[in-house]
Design a protein around this ligand. Structure first.
Ligand SMILES: Cc1cc2nc3c(=O)[nH]c(=O)nc-3n(C[C@H](O)[C@H](O)[C@H](O)COP(=O)(O)OP(=O)(O)OC[C@H]3O[C@@H](n4cnc5c(N)ncnc54)[C@H](O)[C@@H]3O)c2cc1C
Length: 423
């Protein structure tokens, strides 16, 4: 019998987990509450900046890069530099979902959209199934919790004073539900964990044609703002610490991801419209980006360095659920490992723990050290900035040298580990 792995949450982490399950020879069922895959990845687009390039190349050499081809097909700009960030790529946020969904379906993933998990079926220390909001259930041998950390609306209300109508569309599709919490796992939280998402999307059609033309030619623009507009979000506790740099407060940093990505958690509309080229600016996401953004990082799931959730034998976690980790690449890397280890568990094999000589292995040890009690000052981090990128830099893990990355993966004995069939 081919093992079945139910992956709950169809963001980048869940999509990568589902791909890894198929690659390992098992059957993935991907359960997503909205009608689109990719979650917050529908509002993102920046890939391969700083250490994300190293981590992505390593993962590809480990055989886990199934979704990078789909990203490549809808990439608008490559090797883009902007303040504090080198060699980024920008994917088209309007075309990425179809590209990833097609890739997953052609791999054989069973994709269930508009399917919200609201409870679990427990059997001792294991999960036997997840219950969906229509009362049906999905049985599986192992599970991945990739439900992210955004929403439900009450979180945004607590910090923002309201729901700013973000891409997760909680009022329409119902709130996020943590599978780990439903399984009785005590999730990690703290007063300083919650953070506001760090960028907005503007409708290109609302911007002056000359501005759009220049943005599409240059991919990234740094536009100084008048002094009196010293950005209001300076004090905001942002999820994206990699953009907490003076250049992002003293200028408008705009990136072309199909839409115009404004690198600020929010920007008062009347002020924005006082800047040349932005006179008719309108927010695409979040719709109320003049006053706030979605709130994330409310609850983190405790897990070990194989991404197995503490206290439940056959439950793994990935993406933002797995730590104060920000980013698509981070979600893809942890998702791949969680999906792979879920299959190993279902087959009675020991989990794969990437060695600390690799970025993924080192990251998991870093998360373990920062999230075990007593949890200190919670700092969001990424391969592209924040404390973890500094660590990559200091330890020499960060490199853009393809030969060095390949040698490292080979020496660690990790080549093609995720693309070998186990079942
Ligand atoms: C506005 C914005 C811009 C960003 N820009 C970038 C960027 O340019 N580059 C970058 O690298 N990172 C960016 N990030 C961060 C990045 O998007 C996230 O850190 C990463 O994609 C998180 O992936 P995830 O799969 O863990 O979670 P999410 O993207 O939150 O996905 C979780 C999914 O689970 C679903 N779900 C939740 N509960 C349930 C349930 N009970 N049943 C079924 N489904 C459920 C949700 O609907 C959602 O689709 C951005 C984030 C935001 C909010």
């Amino acid at each position: 019998m081919i093992p079945v792995v139910a992956v709950v949450g169809g963001g980048w982490a869940g999509c990568a987990a589902a791909a890894a399950v198929q690659q390992a020879g098992a059957q993935a069922v991907l359960i997503e509450r909205t009608d689109l895959l990719l979650g917050t990845g529908l509002a993102g687009g920046i890939m391969f900046n700083n250490g994300r390039l190293t981590a992505a190349r390593e993962l590809q050499l480990m055989g886990g890069g199934a979704l990078f081809d789909a990203i490549d097909r809808v990439t608008l700009h490559r090797r883009v530099d902007f303040p504090g960030h080198r060699h980024a790529s920008l994917y088209d946020v309007d075309r990425i979902e179809r590209a990833v969904r097609s890739a997953l379906e052609s791999m054989g993933v069973r994709v269930l959209t508009q399917s919200r998990a609201v409870d679990v079926v427990r059997s001792g220390t294991r999960l036997a199934g997840v219950v969906l909001s229509d009362g049906s259930s999905v049985a599986a041998d192992a599970f991945v919790d990739a439900t992210g950390t955004a929403g439900p609306q009450a979180n945004c209300g607590r910090v923002n004073g309201c729901c700013v109508m973000c891409v997760l569309r909680c009022p329409t599709f119902g709130p996020r539900v943590s599978i780990s919490a439903k399984a009785g796992v005590a999730e990690i939280t703290g007063p300083l964990f919650s953070a506001m998402s760090g960028s907005c999307k503007l409708m290109k059609r609302s911007l002056a044609p000359w501005l759009v033309r220049r943005l599409e030619e240059q991919a990234a623009m740094v536009i100084p703002v008048p002094r009196y507009m010293a950005r209001a979000d300076r004090a905001a506790h942002k999820a994206c610490q990699q953009y907490a740099l003076p250049e992002f407060y003293d200028n408008i940093v705009l990136l072309d991801t199909g839409q115009a990505k404004l690198m600020a958690p929010f920007f008062p509309l009347s002020r924005l419209q006082a800047i040349a080229g932005f006179e008719s600016a309108a927010f695409e996401d979040p719709r109320s980006g003049g006053i706030g953004n979605s709130i994330r990082y409310n609850l983190i799931t405790p897990h070990d360095t194989a991404l197995k959730v503490d206290g439940v034998d056959n439950l793994f976690c990935a993406g933002e659920k797995a730590g104060l980790l920000v980013g698509h690449t981070e979600a893809i890397c942890t998702g791949t490992l969680a999906g792979h280890n879920a299959v190993r568990h279902a087959l009675g094999l020991p989990p794969f723990r990437p060695p600390v000589s690799t970025v993924l292995g080192d990251l998991l040890h870093y998360l373990d050290a920062t999230l075990r009690p007593p949890v200190g000052m919670p700092q969001k981090t990424t391969f592209a900035g924040g404390p973890y990128f500094s660590r990559m830099y200091d330890t020499g893990l960060y490199t853009t040298d393809e030969k060095r990355i390949a040698a490292r993966v080979q020496q660690a004995g990790c080549e093609h580990v995720f693309s070998r069939r186990l079942a």
